[in-house]
Design a protein around this ligand. Structure first.
Ligand SMILES: [Zn+2]
Length: 276
């Protein structure tokens, strides 16, 4: 029974029996893993407060080669993400990358780049005072790229020149648009505004910490979210029925407007409710 050590992000947990928990983890060295934490829910548990969703931990566990469920031996917190846990809006956003990974990644396939992307996204959300939604948008673009579906939002697929118009048809399959001179092949996709293309190019190319500086109004925000979700679903089977996104949509409706979208004036049309 080999003992293994790795860093992990707790994606979610579920109760097992009277006192135990099964953890769904994304780990640095082994990819997605399910790990049983015996007695983790008992009052005297040494894991009290350690094994919460959206926490960055270091674990030692018994790894069984041919099984789907492994057994926890030790765990300690590396990054508690106190700000994420203290704010409902941040928590709802942080749940989206976790659920995307949980639904799309096969168990036991290591992808250190994806681990670093998830950790970096949570770190950026933790620190962000505004623009938090951009972190999730940037995560989705990067996750698609890591999965082999990098999009090109600036240059025409046909001639390779920058020929953005007011609206262009973005093809999901080929991951880009064609200018008026290069049109001819149709594919599944959707029309995107120039502002959306510029925002997507920025989010795909800037550092995660820079992504939060992008300001978008509510209308452009909706266009981006609708496109990113449709693109994700077109490529990845496991992106259908993401509960975290439905939850976020409900939360957004009740909050009415996020801070960023009230401030945002840089890209997109002015918000009619807040002229100027
Ligand atoms: Zn062209």
């Amino acid at each position: 029974m080999p003992l293994s050590k790795t860093e992990a992000i707790v994606l979610h947990t579920r109760k097992q029996g009277e006192t135990s928990k099964i953890l769904s983890l994304y780990t640095l060295h082994y990819g997605r893993l399910s790990v049983m934490a015996k007695g983790a829910r008992s009052l005297k548990s040494r894991y009290s407060g350690v094994l919460e969703p959206l926490t960055h931990i270091q674990i030692v566990f018994y790894r069984y080669e041919a099984r789907d469920l492994h057994y926890l031996s030790q765990a300690e917190i590396v990054t508690p993400f106190a700000s994420i846990h203290g704010q409902l809006g941040k928590m709802a956003l942080a749940a989206i990358p976790c659920e995307i990974i949980e639904r799309n990644e096969a168990a036991g396939h290591a992808n250190p780049q994806l681990f670093r992307l998830l950790l970096g996204s949570l770190m950026t959300l933790e620190e962000a005072e505004s623009g938090q939604r951009q972190v999730v948008r940037a995560f989705i673009l990067r996750y698609l790229a890591l999965s082999g579906f990098r999009g090109e939002y600036r240059l025409c697929l046909g001639c390779g020149l920058e020929k953005l118009r007011e609206r262009q048809f973005f093809e999901y399959g080929s991951g880009g648009y064609r200018c008026a001179g290069c049109e001819g092949r149709s594919d599944e996709g959707e029309p995107l505004s120039r502002q959306a293309m510029q925002a997507l190019h920025f989010l795909g190319h800037s550092e995660l910490e820079q992504s939060v500086t992008l300001r978008v109004n509510a209308e452009l925000g909706r266009e981006l979210d609708q496109f990113l979700l449709a693109n994700l679903r077109w490529h990845l089977e496991g992106a259908h029925y993401l509960k975290s996104i439905q939850y976020l949509e409900k939360l957004q409706q009740s909050i009415h407007k996020t801070q960023e979208e009230e401030q945002g004036k840089e890209y997109g049309q002015p918000d009619p409710h807040h002229p100027g």
